[in-house]
Design a protein around this ligand. Structure first.
Ligand code: SAM
Length: 242
């Protein structure tokens, strides 16, 4: 379970778990006093704790041991930018991407994006996405919860390219092999940009290239919009062993 600094009391060696995690501990896992679990501060530390009380809206725990988190890549920070896919495919990208070590997510809309999110729907969706990421981070023993950034447009995304050591723009019609692009630069902060169901236009591809992106080809088959980011993440983790 992820806990904030205000839930951890290092002086008394205790942690108070709150909110929806309490329901999970009591009613889903059915844990009780004496049972052990792991809490993570989301900032590099894991706490092995023992439950000392389940009172009302809180679970009280005693810290047994504090150790550095092991679930984070060391030299690698991969941000995944998917052009908003249809239906529940975004949920899949977020859940699996978190398991595969994504640092953060930057959803965007491009010319051929079918899904149009506006007004209240955007913030509702983002809350849901952040919940999916939190649960996946807990399940996969990550040391931090990846951030889902606000939905942005294509120009906004291009403007973010400069924040990264390398931008990999996935393009099924051409580009360099991934292995070559990764070994040329080595690990660091990488932005992975993937198109919607209808792909990117040639103009968008040229704009990305001019803004400094490396155009990457993932082989002679067309991957689904939700498969491509996960294939990229897997290959990047594999290449750098993280
Ligand atoms: N029509 C299918 C769908 O509904 O999911 C395929 C969509 S494919 C055009 C979506 C995105 O995946 C592309 O814009 C590209 O970023 C990435 N992609 C798919 N296959 C690829 C490949 N072989 N090499 C590089 N990128 C690929």
């Amino acid at each position: 379970y992820f806990v904030n600094s205000n839930q951890i009391d290092e002086n008394t060696g205790t942690i108070r778990i709150r909110d929806t995690d309490v329901h999970h501990i009591k009613n889903v896992l059915r844990l009780s006093v004496g049972d052990k679990l792991v809490c993570c501060d989301g900032d590099g530390a894991d706490y092995r704790v023992e439950i000392t009380g389940l009172e009302g809206e809180e679970v009280h725990c005693r810290i047994v041991a504090k150790t550095p988190s092991t679930g984070e890549p060391e030299r690698l920070r991969v941000t995944v930018a998917p052009s908003l896919p249809k239906g529940d495919k975004m949920d899949w990208v977020l859940q699996k991407g978190t398991e595969l070590g994504a640092f953060s997510f930057l959803p965007f809309s491009s010319i051929r994006t079918v899904v149009k999110l506006e007004g209240k729907k955007v913030s509702k969706k983002r809350e849901r996405w952040q919940r999916i990421v939190k649960e996946a981070a807990e399940q996969s023993c990550r040391g931090r919860i990846p951030q889902v950034e606000p939905l942005m447009d294509w120009k906004g995304l291009i403007g973010r390219f400069a924040d990264f050591d390398q931008v990999l723009f996935a393009y099924e019609k051409g580009g360099a092999p991934l292995a070559r692009l990764l070994t040329e630069r080595g690990p660091g902060s990488i932005l992975v940009v993937v198109g919607p169901e209808g792909g990117f236009t040639d103009e968008e591809t040229e704009e990305a290239r001019s803004a400094g992106a490396d155009i990457v080809h993932l082989g002679p088959r067309i991957l689904r919009a939700e498969t491509a980011p996960l294939a990229l993440l897997s290959c990047i983790s594999y290449t750098f062993g993280e």
